[in-house]
Structures are given as structure tokens and as C-alpha cells.
Design a protein around this ligand. Structure first.
Ligand code: FES
Ligand code: FE
Length: 437
């Protein structure tokens, strides 16, 4: 009912508040959104060697992402085929085999069952080949990002990503990136969709929510001059459920180019690997965010860890992992150019932790508010009165926002970031997936 109400009101830009805290919808999402779309799991640099593994989730279910002895990345359901116990006992590590703690069934890191205690006397007929760990049917990577899809017959990953790949590559094709440290992860008392929508294009909130960090000078001055106040604000939609938000400033001085990366990093950027339009956009970019449906987002900007300190440019991947209707586990990876100096990488780690992390100034501004949405969305009154939220900003009839006809990237580029198009794109795709039988 709530879902139909969401669909019926979508064209008017009205969204039922209860959608952001509904136990039934959050059950259906696990099947229809998470278990049949391509879902991000890890960055390849987290598992460079054979035997390296990390434990991740698709929806709420545990999956092991492991590089097997032949170098192939496998995604294995972390559930022993004997009685179902989890066989992976750490968040990450290196192993040739996973040995189940319950009765000792032992699997190779390819998932194949290798050993069963007392097999000869008790299971003579057991066919080991039939009792390997369950493998995700589809695993693929895009520039180091590892994705899996559990649907039987999904589109290829490249087709699924479509135009958003172009915007990801504005970052990822510049040079080789690696994950710095372990991903931060913590629980936020809010529905996962709020995070996905926010990064898809809620530029509107920054002036209000993040005003205080600007006031205490936690935003580098170079960005204020050439970034936040820049002319080139674009919201990109028309990417089939994915969306991007860009802030660029053509003609900015060198220290403000490429999101403020220092010259020791920009020297290593390689225009060859990308379309000239992508390189051009990277060069003038100050701040980018985006969402890859359903629950992967990215952010790139410079921050400082304390007023007056030198800035560091943070490229971050974030994942909004559902944990019931009113909670998510937020995962956040810091990506740095592999060729940067250790000194610069240290600075980026500090700056990223001070801005977007469980102890980050920007982060707390957002997440403290998001959890109040979960509270009101779960209220009896919102449900009984069928309260609607307003997602009408910039809609035809509300504002005349011009389309950038000279835009060289995929999708529709609007020449303002004060509009709800990116967030509506995510919602539209969500409705489609939820209604697809
Ligand atoms: Fe794994 Fe029994 S549950 S060996
Ligand atoms: Fe924010």
C-alpha cells in the first residue's frame, strides 16, 4: 500500500514519510533491491594477494570476498553447507582454506569443499563437488571496484553502471588508487535510503547543516573561493537510478584544480586513460558526490583536520548497508593515489577522519539529523495521516532550471544544484525495482 502510494504520488514530487521507516518495505528491499542488483563489495587493493579475503554483506547477509589461489576474485556465501555455521571468523585476513568451527568441514579459498572429518567411515558416498560454499553467480570489477549480483540473468556490470561509470572514471581513471587503512564502519539510526539520496544530490542541505564547519574554518579557503562559490554547479540525472553532483570552476588557479590535489599527486595524473572531456572536468573540479544505485556513494573534496592546517583531498567510497528499517551500517573507504608520498597519505587519513568518519565534523552534522527522520518516519501519526514529504525542488512549475546543452558527459546536466532531480532518480529506480515481480 505504501509502495503504491509512493508510486502514485511520485510525479507530483510527493513521498510518503513512512517509507523511511517501514519494517515491511525493508524486508522486501532485501529481496528486490539488494539481492538482484549489482552491489558493491570491496576495492581490489583490499585483497591484492591470493588468499586475501574480506567479510562483507549484500543486504544483511554475510559474503566472503576472496582472491583464490589462481588470482580470481570469488564471492562466497559465508555459510557452511553442513549446518550453516559461518566459516569465516575474521573481518579480513589471508588463508588458503576456511575451516568451519562447528564440525570441521574445510573449504579451499575458491569455495570448493576439500575436507570432511570422518568422511571415509561416515560419508563414503559424499560428492565433495556438490558441497562447496555457494558462489555469487556474477562477480565483476570496474576500475578496482568489486561488485556482485545475485540475480540469475542480470545485465553486464558495464551496462548496469551505464553513464555513472563515466563520472566514476573522472576520478578513478586519473591514476591508480588504493584503500587507505581499513574502511570505517559504524551504525547510524537512520534508513539507508537517506544516505543514498543525500549523496545523489542533496546540495541544498550543505548551506544549512554544514554552515558551522565553514564558520570554524574546517573547509579549506581555496575551496570556498573556487569551489562552493563556483559558477559550475551541475546536477546530473538521467542515468537510470544513479546520479552525480559536481562543482567545478573553469579557469581556477593551479592550487585549486583537481579537487585541490597537490602537485606531487597531479603530476602523476594521466590524461591518456580517459576521454579529453573527462580530463577537462577533473581539472576544474572542486567537489563531487554521486550515488550508484542502490547503496554505493562517493565523495571527493579537500578538507582540513583543524583550522589553518594544510588541506588534503579525500576521495571516499561510502556504502549505506541496511540494518532493518531504522538503522544502517555506514561503511566508508578512503581512497588515495597509490603513488602519493607517505606523508601525504597520512595527512589524508587525518583529514578524512576529521571530516567524514564516525568522529567527523561533517559526518555528525548529517547523521544526527538523519536519525531524527527515522524517528518521525516511524511515528504512528505519519502513518495514520499518510504524511507526505516535499521533493519538488526545481521541478517544472517550481523553477526554470536550464539544461547545459554543451555538457559533454552522459545524462542530463542541469545548471543548478538547487533541485531534487538526483534524489528523485534514485527513488524512481527504487520504485521500479520494488514493484518488479
Ligand atoms: Fe560446518 Fe558442521 S556446520 S561443519
Ligand atoms: Fe552532508
Amino acid at each position: 500500500e505504501l509502495l503504491e502510494d509512493m508510486r502514485d504520488n511520485f510525479e507530483q514530487g510527493l513521498v510518503p514519510l513512512s517509507v523511511y521507516n517501514d519494517p515491511e518495505l525493508s524486508e522486501v528491499e532485501l529481496d528486490r533491491v539488494f539481492n538482484r542488483n549489482w552491489v558493491f563489495l570491496a576495492h581490489e587493493s583490499e585483497i591484492p594477494e591470493p588468499g586475501d579475503y574480506v567479510l562483507r554483506t549484500i543486504g544483511e547477509d554475510p559474503w566472503i570476498v576472496v582472491r583464490d589461489e589462481s588470482g580470481t576474485i570469488r564471492v562466497l556465501l559465508d555459510s557452511c553447507r553442513h549446518r550453516g555455521a559461518q566459516v569465516c571468523r575474521a573481518d579480513k585476513g589471508n588463508t588458503s582454506h576456511f575451516r568451519c568451527p562447528y564440525h570441521g568441514w574445510t573449504y579451499k579459498n575458491s569455495g570448493d569443499l576439500a575436507g570432511v572429518p570422518h568422511r571415509v567411515e561416515s560419508y563414503r558416498e559424499l560428492d565433495l563437488k556438490q558441497w562447496g560454499l555457494v558462489k555469487a553467480p556474477h562477480v565483476d570489477t570496474h576500475r578496482g571496484l568489486v561488485f556482485a549480483c545475485l540475480a540469475a540473468d542480470p545485465p553486464e556490470l558495464s551496462e548496469y553502471l551505464g553513464g555513472i561509470a563515466w563520472y566514476l572514471d573522472v576520478h578513478l581513471a586519473l591514476t591508480e588508487f588504493e584503500v587507505l587503512g581499513d574502511p570505517h564502519r559504524w551504525v547510524v539510526g537512520a534508513n539507508w535510503k537517506i544516505g543514498a539520496e543525500n549523496f545523489a544530490g542533496d546540495s541544498y542541505h550543505t548551506e544549512s547543516v554544514h554552515r558551522s564547519v565553514v564558520e570554524v574554518s574546517l573547509f579549506p579557503s581555496i575551496l570556498l573561493k573556487h569551489g562552493v562559490a563556483a559558477q559550475g554547479k551541475r546536477h546530473i540525472s538521467g542515468l537510470g537510478g544513479h546520479a552525480a553532483n559536481l562543482n567545478h570552476d573553469v579557469g581556477a588557479p593551479e592550487e585549486a584544480q583537481f579537487w585541490g590535489y597537490p602537485s606531487e599527486v597531479t603530476e602523476q595524473f594521466d590524461a591518456e586513460g580517459m576521454d579529453p572531456a573527462q580530463y577537462e572536468l577533473a581539472k576544474w573540479s572542486k567537489l563531487s558526490t554521486g550515488t550508484v544505485f542502490p547503496n554505493l556513494s562517493y565523495l571527493c573534496s579537500a578538507f582540513v583536520d583543524a583550522p589553518g592546517r594544510p588541506p588534503g583531498t579525500v576521495l571516499m567510497l561510502r556504502q549505506w548497508q541496511p540494518r532493518g528499517p531504522a538503522a544502517m551500517e555506514l561503511w566508508s573507504w578512503i581512497l588515495v593515489p597509490k603513488g602519493a608520498s607517505d606523508e601525504y597519505k597520512d595527512r589524508v587519513a587525518r583529514v578524512a577522519t576529521a571530516s567524514f568518519s564516525p568522529s567527523g565534523n561533517f559526518e555528525e552534522d548529517d547523521t544526527a539529523i538523519w536519525s531524527t527522520i527515522a524517528r518521525t518516519a516511524g511515528s504512528r501519526y505519519a502513518r495514520s495521516e499518510n504524511l507526505k514529504l516535499n521533493y519538488q525542488m526545481g521541478m517544472p512549475g517550481m523553477a526554470e532550471i536550464e539544461r547545459d546543452e554543451n555538457w559533454r558527459g552522459p545524462g542530463v546536466a542541469l545548471m543548478s544544484d538547487l533541485e531534487d532531480g538526483g534524489q528523485r532518480t534514485v527513488q524512481r529506480r527504487w520504485i521500479e525495482e520494488m514493484l518488479r515481480p
